[in-house]
Design a protein around this ligand. Structure first.
Ligand SMILES: [Zn+2]
Length: 405
């Protein structure tokens, strides 16, 4: 069934009622105008022991020294669904556990925070953006939930997807170019000299850029497509690293400056190179994610539209397996197709929350699902998540304040 047919089916079946798209202002949280929400998914898949749980925090110096002390740290965020990247991402965006059937080619089943915000405020697509590491995360921004007839916005049509955010995914590289790059790197390794490796790496970066393609399907307007195309052209012309997470950071920063979106989410993913089983690449990716998260936050704070009025949520999508569980440890994160092998290393992550109303330098050790992200972000903006979504962390912040970091 294609997407349009799926949406029609949902509407025809009356699968969703008006209540799920209410988007009403939350009692006691009448948000001052001009508030902004920034969500960073510190993905894909980092263990507690290589991040917040490391006594020396060797791989997250920026986060630990410059971000965490400014806000509240939640030390037992729980991944309750199957442990795989799109499930966590989609579930954070709606507040419900999504895609339990592992079919993330479909829209999520509940309205996302982007959609609720756009609908309640009549906001254009330029006000909500999702920068996602890979196309498997691209459907996390929009639901197939029908809009109630009574909750009209002038000009809006009948589905939640009409209030979808702009979604930008990094450029992709064709398989033929990837094979050529593999060949070049293997030949350089056989040659054995560091110079040969450096030359091959440079040639690979050039090949990656020249043969790449950018998918503009997730951009909702001509202005958004123009913006995305400009980011792609800039990336192609540059000779900096071809890191996807770097591309996302630079595009997100350009978006903050160009469009001042009210909700911006960046879903990083390079930590997932751990699947290749190379420890040094895994921890190097954690360090890079740490640095990029800090760069994004520091830039936002320097902009008048964001300084002092932005809520930042940073959390991993999920963890990875423990060494003592008998598998490959950090390399994988359970057999999510069988929903087996998801140990404490996979299920325990953390979240740091900072911005107006959050007590600095505090911690909360309660077990809280990662699905609280949707309600937490929406309540900051004066809105509520859909019926049945996980409650926000705001009531816990008083208790967090009593526990110093
Ligand atoms: Zn993975």
């Amino acid at each position: 069934m294609n997407r349009r047919a799926f949406l029609r089916c949902l509407a025809a079946a009356g699968a969703v009622g008006p209540a799920v798209f209410a988007g009403v202002a939350s009692p006691g949280h009448a948000a001052p105008r001009g508030r902004k929400l920034l969500i960073v998914q510190f993905g894909g898949g980092v263990r507690y022991s290589e991040s917040i749980g490391d006594p020396q925090r060797r791989f997250i110096p920026r986060l630990w020294n410059d971000v965490v002390p400014q806000g509240a740290l939640f030390t037992d965020m729980r991944v309750e669904g199957p442990v795989v990247h799109p499930l966590s991402t989609g579930s954070m965006m709606t507040g419900h556990w999504e895609w339990r059937d592992l079919d993330w080619t479909r829209p999520v089943a509940h309205p996302t925070l982007f959609e609720i915000y756009r609908r309640a405020n009549g906001a254009t697509d330029l006000k909500t953006w999702l920068f996602a590491y890979a196309s498997i995360l691209a459907r996390a921004g929009a639901s197939g939930v029908a809009r109630p007839a009574s909750a009209g916005i002038e000009g809006a049509s009948a589905t939640g997807s009409d209030c979808a955010p702009n979604v930008l995914v990094p450029p992709t590289i064709p398989r033929s170019a990837q094979e050529e790059m593999d060949f070049l790197m293997q030949a350089a390794a056989a040659a054995g000299s560091p110079e040969a490796r450096i030359t091959a790496a440079r040639e690979c970066a050039r090949l990656a850029r020249q043969t790449s393609r950018i998918d503009l399907e997730g951009l909702r307007s001509a202005r958004a497509r123009q913006f995305a195309w400009e980011q792609y052209e800039r990336w192609k012309a540059s000779d900096a690293s071809s890191s996807h997470d770097l591309f996302l950071t630079e595009a997100a920063i350009a978006c903050l400056r160009a469009h001042a979106p009210d909700i911006l989410t960046v879903c990083y993913g390079e930590i997932d190179c751990a699947h290749y089983g190379n420890w040094s690449r895994y921890v190097e990716a954690i360090r890079r994610t740490d640095a990029l998260t800090w760069r994004l936050w520091r830039t936002a704070q320097s902009l008048p539209e964001y300084g002092g009025r932005t809520l930042l949520l940073v959390l991993p999508d999920h963890g990875r397996e423990l060494d003592e569980s008998g598998g490959l440890g950090y390399v994988h994160h359970s057999d999510f197709y069988k929903d087996s092998g998801a140990d404490e290393g996979c299920r325990r992550v953390w979240m740091t929350v900072l911005g107006p109303g959050t007590p600095a330098g505090t911690r909360c050790a309660a077990a809280i699902p990662i699905t609280t992200v949707a309600a937490t972000g929406l309540e900051f903006l004066g809105l509520q998540a859909s019926a049945g979504a996980a409650p926000s962390i705001w009531p816990r912040l008083d208790r967090a304040a009593s526990a110093p970091l």
